[in-house]
Design a protein around this ligand. Structure first.
Ligand SMILES: Nc1ncnc2c1ncn2[C@@H]1O[C@H](COP(=O)(O)OP(=O)(O)OP(=O)(O)O)[C@@H](O)[C@H]1O
Length: 250
């Protein structure tokens, strides 16, 4: 018996009201237990795909199906409220959803613990590093126990070491919780390290140019990055990306 996809784009196209064609006839399924990275040239529609999955945009042709389930969304910016502590920021989605106080405090405590921020729960965002703010943002999404977890280039502004730590931590969360993940990035090594599949898009309008499985088991050791198998796959993704960037837009 096949499992229903957590997310499916079926012949999906989106043209914005101003005439910009962002996506053209995209077919992509993400199943529970898959972590799919989207890479592609700037403007090829990666963020638009996440916004469609979250219901912030509507397809102009084809459909976007999201399996019945809870959604987590982590943005490029941590988007924390500066006047609230980490704990109060993390409990905000549950608060807005009307979850009773004791229950949402417990969920926030658990999520903060899991991203390694327990000692900073009472700090305000301005007292944290960029990496810690992003951890808080991930914890906030975790409180909703997402079955589909969307990441819009969350680590682009971080230094390389912090980024690699967070790559491994999100990988551990994925290995433990088994959500379906969709992760937008401009980094080829990050896409390979994080994913069970890398989807390369070309634009504009955005279309799927390549879909490459990544066979390494989870949890993944950061040292994986220095193996020959990893280098071979990363160079395959880079080649597909170079091909996608050279194509003349329609
Ligand atoms: N609300 C909007 N109205 C009109 N055009 C839009 C809107 N949002 C995005 N676009 C356009 O749609 C195209 C796809 O944008 P999108 O942000 O999805 O690309 P992206 O691949 O995520 O880019 P980047 O890698 O630079 O973040 C771009 O040409 C962008 O300018």
């Amino acid at each position: 018996m096949s499992i229903d996809p957590a997310l499916a784009f079926r012949g999906t196209s989106l043209t914005f009201a101003n005439g910009t064609r962002a996506l053209h006839d995209v077919d992509l399924e993400v199943r529970p237990g898959e972590f799919v990275s989207l890479v592609g040239p700037s403007g090829c529609g990666k963020s638009t795909m996440l916004r469609l999955a979250a219901g912030f945009e509507t397809a102009t042709d084809g459909s976007v199906e999201v399996g019945a389930g809870r959604l987590g969304y982590v943005f490029q910016e941590a988007t924390l409220l500066p006047w609230r502590t980490v704990a109060r920021n993390v409990e905000l989605p549950a608060e807005l959803a009307g979850v009773p106080k004791a229950e949402r405090r417990e969920a926030a405590r658990d999520a903060i613990e899991r991203v390694g921020l327990a000692a900073f729960a009472k700090h305000r965002p301005s007292q944290l590093s960029g990496g810690m703010r992003m951890r808080a943002s991930i914890a906030r999404a975790l409180t909703m126990r997402p079955e589909l977890f969307l990441f819009d280039e969350p680590f682009g502004a971080l230094d390389e070491i912090t980024r690699q730590h967070l790559n491994a931590e999100v990988g551990n969360l994925f290995a433990r919780d088994g959500f379906a993940g969709v992760f937008v990035t401009h980094s080829v090594p990050e896409s390979v390290f994080m994913s069970t599949r890398v989807v390369v898009l070309r634009g504009q309008p955005g279309e799927v140019a390549a879909d490459l499985p990544v066979p390494f088991p989870f949890p993944r050791d950061p040292e994986l990055r220095y193996t020959a198998e990893f280098a071979a796959l990363a160079s395959e993704v880079s080649a597909a990306l170079r091909g996608a960037e050279q194509e003349v837009p329609a």
